[in-house]
Write a protein that binds this ligand. Structure first.
Ligand code: CU
Length: 145
């Protein structure tokens, strides 16, 4: 019994070295803070591009200089290939996209929260104010099971 205990201690000591197995920086760990999103003319930046299925919180900050919004679709389409209307803005009831939720009209300098239950799958987040999607405000967000 004693020998086994000593061996175990030896193993434990050996294992206490640098065991810093870095996890993917891009995945939002469960129970972490909200996914930070920054919007500006005309770009949308996600601090983390994926999260675990369940309640996902976003914190959307608008750097301006225009008002922006934050719209979440579940879709397998490429972020720049969502169905659009004749004006170039995304058709939120279009084929291949499922509108999940959104924050409308985020004023310049403001930060708005959005918490939604997301199932595993692929999502695209955009700003759908006039011309903003076409100008490049779209990103992919992945939810893992
Ligand atoms: Cu916008």
């Amino acid at each position: 019994v004693l020998t086994a205990a000593v061996m175990f201690l030896g193993l434990a000591a050996c294992g206490s070295g640098s065991s810093s197995s870095s996890t993917s920086a891009a995945t939002q760990p469960a129970g972490a803070g909200p996914v930070k999103v920054t919007e500006k003319d005309f770009k949308l930046d996600l601090a983390t591009t994926s999260a675990k299925a369940g309640k996902v919180s976003f914190s959307v900050h608008n750097l301006g200089p225009s008002e922006h919004e934050f719209v979440v679709f579940q879709t397998d389409l490429a972020p720049d290939k969502l169905p659009t209307k004749s004006d170039g803005n995304v058709d939120e009831e279009g084929a291949g996209v499922k509108h999940i939720d959104e924050i409308g009209g985020i004023k310049v300098g403001k930060t708005e929260p959005l918490s939604i239950d997301l199932t595993a799958g692929r999502y695209v987040v955009i700003c759908n104010l006039d011309g903003h999607y076409a100008a490049g405000m779209h990103e992919v967000f992945t939810v893992t099971g």
